[in-house]
Write a protein that binds this ligand. Structure first.
Ligand SMILES: [Zn+2]
Length: 324
C-alpha cells in the first residue's frame, strides 16, 4: 500500500506515523483525510546534544521505512518532518532551535539521503496548523489562524490550503506581539510580549503566585475559575484580556474566517472560550468577527501535518485546485 512517513520532533519526544497516500485526486475528488497505518514514539534525548538528535531522527525514519516495507508491501514513497525553532522550509534547513541546540542543519537533504525518497521539512506549529486547517477544526476555511497556547505561543497563518512561512521563516510569531508595553521582560528581548501573559506557562506561574502553591498550574487555575474562586477569575481574566488584545491585532491584519485555539490552555474548554469570545467581541469595531474554535487534533496535529506535507510531494497538486 502506498504510504508516507510522518515525523514530528518535539523538545522531549518524537511522534511518528505511517500515513496512507491514496489520495484519489483524479476526477475532481477532494483529497481524502490521511489514514494512520502505524504509530510510534521515541524520546528526543536532547541532553545527548544536537548531532545525536539528528542521528536519532534519521535512524527512527529508517526504521519506519523498513517497517512499511515489511508490513505494507513497499517502503514509504516520501517523508514529512516537522521540527521546532526557526525553519527554512524552502531550502529544507533547520536554522535554529534553542531547545535542541542546533544551527543550520540541512535536515531535508540528510533525511532524503538516508531514505532515498523525497522529503518535506516543516516548522512544527505551521505543520500542525496545516493539519488543523485542512482536516481539523478549520476544515474548509479558506483563511484561518491557528494559535496553540503552550509553553510559549506561536501561530500558523493559513491561506487557501497552505500555511504562510514568511520571507525568512518567521511568520506567525504572535507570541511576541507586545500587548503590555513596558511589561514583563521576554527572552526575545522585548517587554510585554503576549506569551508572557497568556501561555499555559505564564498562567501557571501567575496562578502559583496568586494561590501560594508553587505546584499549582494553569489547569488548576481553570478548575478554580469554574468553581467561582474570585482570585482565580482575576488571574484568568488578565490572561484572557492579553490574549484578546493579541488576537485582535492579528485579526485586524489577517481577517481570518476561523481562529483555532489549541495547546494546553485550550483544554480548559468553555472556561477559556466563553470569556475569550466575549473579550474579542468587545474589542472589535469595524473588523469582522471570525469564529473562535478549539483545535480538534490535539498533539497529533504536527504528525498529521507532516504526513500532509509528504503527501503533497507525491501529488504535486495544490488542494485549492481541486474542485469538490
Ligand atoms: Zn517576546
Amino acid at each position: 500500500m502506498r504510504h508516507v512517513i510522518a515525523l514530528d520532533v518535539g523538545g522531549t519526544g518524537m511522534k511518528a506515523a505511517l500515513v496512507g497516500a491514496d489520495t484519489a485526486l483524479s476526477g475532481g475528488t477532494p483529497p481524502r483525510p490521511p489514514v494512520l497505518l502505524h504509530r510510534a514514539r521515541r524520546a528526543t534525548g536532547r541532553e545527548r546534544g544536537p548531532d545525536a538528535v539528528v542521528e536519532t531522527i534519521l535512524g527512527f525514519a529508517a526504521e519506519l521505512r523498513a517497517y512499511g516495507a515489511e508490513h505494507y508491501g513497499e517502503p514509504a514513497a516520501a517523508a514529512g518532518l516537522a521540527v521546532p525553532g526557526i525553519v527554512d522550509e524552502e531550502h529544507g534547513i533547520a536554522v535554529y532551535a534553542a531547545n535542541l541546540g542546533w544551527r543550520d542543519v540541512p535536515l531535508r537533504a540528510l533525511l532524503a539521503d538516508r531514505l532515498g525518497v523525497p522529503v518535506a521539512l516543516g516548522h512544527d506549529v505551521r505543520t500542525g496548523g496545516l493539519a488543523e486547517g485542512r482536516i481539523g477544526a478549520g476544515k474548509g476555511a479558506d483563511r484561518f489562524l491557528f494559535v496553540p497556547l503552550g509553553t510559549g505561543i506561536a501561530g500558523a497563518i493559513g491561506v487557501d490550503g497552505r500555511v504562510e512561512a514568511g520571507a525568512h521563516g518567521f511568520a506567525g510569531e504572535i507570541g511576541h506581539v507586545v500587548v503590555r508595553p513596558g511589561g514583563t521582560p521576554c527572552p526575545c528581548g522585548q517587554h510585554g510580549c503576549l506569551e508572557r501573559y497568556a501561555s499555559a506557562s505564564a498562567v501557571s506561574e501567575a496562578w502559583a503566585a496568586a494561590c501560594g502553591d508553587p505546584e499549582a498550574d494553569a489547569a488548576d487555575c481553570a478548575k478554580a475559575v469554574a468553581s467561582g474562586d474570585p482570585n482565580a477569575v482575576r488571574v484568568w481574566q488578565e490572561a484572557v484580556d492579553a490574549l484578546a488584545d493579541g488576537l485582535v491585532t492579528a485579526l485586524t491584519l489577517l481577517d481570518p474566517r476561523t481562529l483555532i485555539i489549541g495547546g494546553g490552555l485550550a483544554e480548559a474548554g468553555e472556561v477559556l472560550f466563553q470569556p475569550l469570545r466575549d473579550a474579542v467581541r468587545r474589542r472589535v469595531t469595524f473588523q469582522k468577527l471570525p469564529s473562535i474554535v478549539p483545535a480538534a487534533l490535539g498533539d497529533t496535529a504536527g504528525c498529521l501535518g507532516a504526513g500532509l506535507l509528504a503527501r503533497d510531494l507525491l501529488n504535486h497538486t495544490d488542494p485549492t485546485e481541486v474542485t469538490p
